[in-house]
Design a protein around this ligand. Structure first.
Ligand code: ADP
Length: 614
């Protein structure tokens, strides 16, 4: 922050003393400045961007209570816990608490000791609650996951729509709304719902340079997933998204059988088991959660090292949000996606069966196409995702954490003739058969179905013998990603040629074909000891010891390990090996309270490691 402004320098002091961070990130500074000046803010920042500090620091500087509205009761406690560890007086009020516990919170409110109060929207809107709040002098309302206001998003919550009442009842109290969902209809709904103006909007870049994006064509998806985990993420925390509950259960069980500490999570499980699995993921190290997309909102575990999708997400926006749950701590992380034709068919079928109105259906249709184009593209994946958010493209080769396409440019060749053959076969077979059948015709497979329909007598029969099945599958996916073929919306999976294919069929357009790399390595090697990127062998072994020490403390206190210190703080300790209290206090993430509580213990681990490994 600029020097000379007493308000700004007090914010920096809180950042350093309480949270142990040296500097604000660019947008945080502007947002906090605005809130402290009494203004509102709609904060659009990617997951991991650092939204929490935007209201926590004003809360600590304000005279009165900051009320944080958060949709997930289960996670409020962890957020409160993390603040408590940093010495901040915070509490939650929700229906899962015992009467006595709630009474204690009210007592703390009355005594004026509390700085932050987390509540679910239902509670805030309860009769009389806002009246009560008057007595405690609210100085800021923070509305987390603010996209729940909008019917556009998949997380719409009717109670969120009524939050505009806060503005009416407390016209002079600033409101900060925060979300990682950035599309423009959602923004508009939030601005309207909370009585903001366009000037209140703060949009950060959605670029996540620490995430390495990779896409692989589906071959044997589970084996491909396992190979990815074993090769790059053994013993690390990750999320695996699947499109159905059954697949979640099956995949989690299979992974466990292969020695991965995996647990399932989906809305069909008993609430208690689901909550246990979530707690395990948050509180233990190295757990892999296999989940439907119901899992994730509000999960602020910083050291998720990979997010894998075993099925194609429904839109680039969803994908950015889901994959964005990797690497919130800024350390290298991976977003891995395994997709195939069946995903496209399934997505189209679900769309056909949905009760969306025609406009929404068209939007969803475009989103599926855009997702397919992302998967099939041969250009920078990070750049493609950014383009969906209206940001200019970047070149990730500069960052040393490249996406698969930048790391190794995919082999491209002229596929015009192949594409023409494929399209002709689609047309000649009547534009109503699935891809598998058309490929059989192309390859001259005289099976029952082919002969029954007389397709062995067509001119296209056997004209594609030069490619194996997977090669043709790839051609079809790429044709679909370029909008040249479409899948029958009635859901039978039949494909037809679109108007966009005409020029190609007439030979007036070229078709560039990207050779697929099937990355199924059924790695035989058992889990190997993982070395964190950027750490040498000695530093890695110190990091493991620090992690173990952190786990012991967190188990004793029954809190998630990251509320003690983040991985990024332990990495810095491993690299710098501080020897004194002064040295350890200058490490990012070590605030005053944490230094008092745990500084000596971590110093001890570092010192004893130093004497044995040098
Ligand atoms: P979001 O809510 O936007 O997903 P968080 O508020 O959880 O993100 O912050 C993500 C991570 O970044 C956390 O580990 C947080 O402690 C860290 N962080 C936030 N601001 C800073 C900063 N100014 N300097 C260093 N680390 C920060």
């Amino acid at each position: 922050m600029r020097e000379g402004n007493p308000v700004q320098s007090s914010a920096t002091k809180v950042l350093q003393d309480v949270f142990g961070f040296e500097q604000f990130r660019v947008d945080q500074e502007l947002i906090i400045e605005r809130i402290l000046a009494g203004g509102d803010a709609l904060v659009l920042m990617p997951t991991g961007g650092g939204k929490s500090l935007c209201y926590q620091i004003p809360a600590l500087l304000g005279q009165g209570i900051t009320v944080v509205v958060s949709p997930l009761i289960a996670l409020m406690q962890d957020q409160v816990e993390a603040l408590k560890q940093a010495g901040v007086a915070a509490a939650a009020l929700n229906s899962s608490m015992a009467t006595q516990e709630r009474k204690e919170v009210w007592d703390r409110l009355r005594s004026g000791e509390l700085k932050l109060l987390y509540v679910a929207p239902e509670r805030l809107l309860l009769d009389g609650f806002l009246d009560e709040l008057y007595n405690f002098n609210p100085c800021l309302f923070a509305i987390d996951e603010a996209h729940c206001i909008s019917q556009w998003g998949h997380d719409f919550r009717p109670e969120y729509q009524r939050l505009g009442i806060v503005r009416k009842r407390f016209p002079d109290v600033p409101i900060i709304a925060l979300t990682a969902t950035a599309d423009s209809p959602t923004r508009k709904d939030i601005i309207k719902g909370l009585g903001f103006t366009d000037d209140d909007l703060f949009v950060s870049s959605f670029d996540r340079p620490n995430i390495r994006y990779r896409v692989v064509a589906k071959d044997q998806p589970r084996r491909q997933l396992l190979a990815m985990i074993r090769e790059r993420h053994g013993g690390e925390a990750g999320i695996v998204y699947c499109s159905s509950r059954k697949k979640v259960d099956d995949t989690a069980e299979w992974l466990r059988g292969e020695g991965v500490r995996a647990v399932p999570y989906h809305a069909g499980m008993a609430a208690q088991q689901r909550s246990l699995n979530q707690q395990l993921f948050l509180r233990e190290e190295g757990i892999v959660v296999v989940a439907t997309v119901a899992f994730g909102m509000g999960i602020d575990k910083p050291n998720v090292r990979f997010v894998a999708h075993l099925d194609m997400p429904v839109s680039p926006q969803h994908y950015s949000q889901e994959s964005g749950r990797a690497g919130r701590d800024g350390l290298p992380a991976e977003a891995w996606l395994c997709y195939g034709w069946s995903d496209v068919v399934l997505a189209q079928r679900r769309l056909a069966e949905s009760d969306l109105d025609p406009t929404q259906r068209r939007i969803s249709h475009h989103q599926i196409d855009a997702m397919l184009a992302y998967c099939e593209s041969s250009s920078c994946r990070r750049g493609i995702l950014l383009r969906f958010f209206g940001e200019s493209e970047i070149d990730c080769t500069a960052d040393g954490n490249q996406c698969d396409n930048c790391e190794k440019s995919p082999e491209v060749m002229d596929g015009t003739v192949l594409a023409q053959k494929a399209l002709s076969a689609v047309v000649k077979t009547g534009q109503r058969f699935g891809k598998g059948h058309v490929i059989d015709v192309l390859r001259g497979v005289a099976n029952q179905k082919v002969t029954r329909f007389g397709h062995d007598r067509l001119s296209v029969y056997g004209i594609g013998a030069e490619l194996e099945g997977p090669g043709w599958h790839s051609i079809f996916r790429q044709l679909a990603s370029k909008g040249m073929i479409q899948i029958d919306l009635e859901g039978h999976g039949g494909i037809s040629a679109t108007g966009a294919s005409r020029e190609l069929l007439r030979g007036e357009q070229q078709f560039e074909f990207r050779k697929d790399t099937i990355t199924r390595k059924a790695s035989k090697s058992r889990k190997r000891k993982k070395k964190l990127e950027g750490l040498d062998a000695v530093q890695s072994s110190l990091f493991e010891k620090l992690r173990q020490h952190r786990l012991e403390i967190s188990r004793q206190l029954e809190v998630p390990p990251y509320t003690i210190f983040h991985d990024s703080t332990l990495v810095e300790m491993s690299q710098l090996r501080p020897q004194t209290t002064g040295q350890i206090s200058s490490i990012s993430g070590v605030g005053q309270k944490k230094l008092e509580k745990w500084g000596a213990g971590f110093l001890e681990v570092i010192r004893s490691h130093g004497s044995t490994s040098d």
